[in-house]
Design a protein around this ligand. Structure first.
Ligand code: FES
Length: 273
């Protein structure tokens, strides 16, 4: 069992939790994820490792309450335990040898973008962060981003906080102003990552995206997390989750992700009844 040692609500639907998980904390690196199961009959869900503390032997996860399992997880309090907490899974983000990187986070994707920004910063990279949210109530991790970047830009769809607009507007402005990034890392909703990639392709800037498709086993066995990258089939759980964004078939992934929407809606309705 894995004991919850800290819990904090970051916004009305996003929670940060630190969990005692010595084996995971010992090996965790930015970009990797865990798969957890709240109780014996529960489903397995993948969550990115948002942070880790090797001394305290804890791993931090940040999740949005979107379905039955995240709702159950959110009901647990400090002192409660999670049944399974398996990881670290996936390949760590590549942070070596990069001088200047723009890290872009969209919504709860910022929880995945933060550990990568921190790993780059700790490695001596000059980090620019652009984070985007639908509105001011959903903003998370601004202090954390400020601590690991030389410049941090905040945008919102409705202009209720930061600059009104999209992350791509800020990125294009920075590029047009002469900022020269070795790489852009984009993590967030699929349409956001797709449009970041279309923009950076125009400017010839290497772009890495973190893919978070439906997963079951997380070990390359079930094939659930497959996606097309450069015309080849890849598994996000073992080949990723980071991929060259210019090679990812976003349209196919979006179609696959929406295949279960009716089922998810039914499950949500059943929970509400
Ligand atoms: Fe099963 Fe990736 S989650 S192959």
């Amino acid at each position: 069992m894995y004991r919850i040692v800290e819990k904090e609500r970051l916004n009305p639907s996003v929670t940060r939790m630190s969990v005692e998980a010595p084996m995971v904390a010992r090996k965790a690196q930015a970009g990797q994820f865990i798969i957890l199961r709240v109780h014996e009959d529960g489903e397995r869900i993948p969550l990115t490792i948002a942070d880790y503390d090797r001394e305290r032997q804890t791993v931090t996860i940040i999740f949005q309450v979107v379905g039955r399992t995240t709702k159950l997880l959110d009901q647990l309090e400090v002192g409660d335990s999670i049944l399974d907490f398996v990881g670290p899974l996936g390949k760590p983000s590549e942070v070596e040898g990069l001088k200047k990187v723009c890290v872009i986070g969209g919504g709860v994707g910022c929880a995945i973008a933060y550990p990568t920004a921190k790993a780059l910063y700790d490695n001596g990279t000059e980090v620019t962060v652009i984070s985007g949210f639908r509105n001011k109530d959903l903003v998370i991790l601004q202090e954390e981003f400020a601590a690991v970047s030389s410049k941090s830009y905040l945008v919102s769809d409705d202009g209720s906080t930061g600059k009104k607009g999209l992350v791509t507007n800020v990125l294009e402005e920075l590029i047009e102003q002469g900022e020269q990034f070795d790489e852009v890392i984009a993590i967030g909703p699929l349409p956001m990552m797709k449009f970041v990639c279309l923009l950076t392709k125009k400017y010839g800037i290497k772009t890495v995206v973190s893919m978070n498709p439906i997963m079951i086993d997380g070990t390359g066995m079930c094939g659930c997390c497959r996606l097309s990258v450069g015309g080849k089939m890849k598994f996000a759980c073992v080949d990723g989750p980071d991929f060259d964004g210019h090679l990812v078939d976003f349209d196919e992934t979006m179609a696959r992700n929406s295949a279960y929407r009716a089922f998810e809606q039914k499950a949500r309705e059943a929970d509400c009844n």
